[in-house]
Design a protein around this ligand. Structure first.
Ligand code: KIV
Length: 335
């Protein structure tokens, strides 16, 4: 382990570059929320990718092209807030940069400003290099994603591997070179044979992250849900590091059992000294008018058994007031 390895300190793009130069493989995982980001930072994962795979694993779509830009920006910021000492990479979703260069540069910039990202990933090739150059010139660190590019699945007839013919392999290596020359400070290659990865490693110097691209890359990434054994259909190249599905199902079943047994555990709220008696007295003697006037409402965290059936007639006015408010809100929401 070299000095480049992040421990508890701040990880920057410079740290990632130093690890790559030192030949020290760095880990990357996708991440989409602050809680998980906090845990992965604690684990020491130096790089988190807020990928457009969020469309699938978070939003339930079957294609990454359904990822809304604004949602991905919000998720990226959430991950950075959860892991402020980790490098966070935002992912430009479909149609956020393909249609128009100026719009693409502006959207890439939004990942830095609104998304709090440290670097922005674009699925790219040689033809996208001029746009990447403009993004970098605007001050946006870019990672070029080559090889299999899921945003082009409609053209390539589904999610597929890439670079399995000599011509395709040559093109992918040329794409990586063009993107590095355009200023990409990082590269990512997806679902290619080892020969293609090896050739990119020989032809470029930027830290290269692989996914389903063999072991030679400087860094490795997996979709978190695939890595944790939570996905229903993970790609063939995934060998999960945990099997959490069974734990989540078991936890769900345990919660059902506890609810049914009225055995919740945890803290229960109690009324302040003397208040319970006062509540019952007021409640019993003066009815709802007094209850309302004295501010005794039996609120949701009062710790009492709540408005029990025995007292229901006395406290009905207070309840009616509240239900009227609730009804008003519901009506408003549907207006
Ligand atoms: O969107 C994503 O999560 C990705 C990884 C699969 C590399 O691009």
């Amino acid at each position: 382990m070299s000095n480049a390895t992040p421990q508890q300190g701040l990880v920057t793009l410079k740290t990632i570059r130093a690890m790559a130069q030192a030949g020290e493989p760095f880990a990357c995982l996708t991440c989409y929320d602050a809680t998980t980001a906090r845990l992965l930072e604690k684990a020491g994962v130096p790089l988190l990718l807020v990928g457009d795979t969020a469309a699938e694993v978070i939003l339930g779509f079957t294609r990454t092209i359904d990822m809304p830009l604004d949602v991905l920006l919000a998720l990226t910021a959430a991950v950075k807030r959860g892991a402020p000492r980790t490098v966070v990479m935002g992912d430009m979703p479909f149609m956020s940069y393909q249609a128009d260069d100026a719009e693409g540069i502006r959207n890439a910039g939004r990942f830095l400003t609104e998304g709090l990202a440290d670097i922005v990933k674009v699925e790219a090739d040689s033809s996208t290099a001029p746009l990447v150059e403009k993004m970098v010139r605007a001050g946006i660190p870019i990672c070029g994603h080559v090889g299999s590019r899921p945003q082009r699945a409609a053209i390539s007839a589904g999610y597929a591997s890439a670079g399995r013919t000599a011509d395709e392999a040559r093109q992918i290596v040329a794409d990586a070179i063009a993107l590095e020359q355009a200023g990409c400070g990082m590269l990512l290659v997806e679902a290619v044979p080892d020969e293609v990865t090896d050739a990119i490693m020989r032809a470029t110097t930027a830290p290269l992250i692989g996914i389903g691209a063999g072991t030679a890359c400087h860094g490795q990434v997996l979709v978190l849900q695939d890595a944790l054994g939570l996905s229903q259909h993970a790609p063939r190249f995934v060998d999960p590091v945990a099997q959490l599905s069974d734990h989540v199902i078991a936890a769900g079943r345990e919660w059902i059992r506890r609810v049914q047994a009225r055995d919740l555990g945890g803290h229960r709220y109690t009324m302040k000294p003397g208040e319970s008696t006062r509540f019952e007295e007021t409640d019993g003697s003066s009815g709802g008018e007094d209850a309302g006037a004295s501010g005794v409402s039996g609120g949701s965290d009062s710790g009492s058994a709540g408005p029990g059936a025995a007292h229901a007639p006395q406290i009905r006015p207070a309840i009616q007031v509240r239900s009227t408010i609730a009804e008003t809100r519901i009506t408003d929401r549907h207006a």
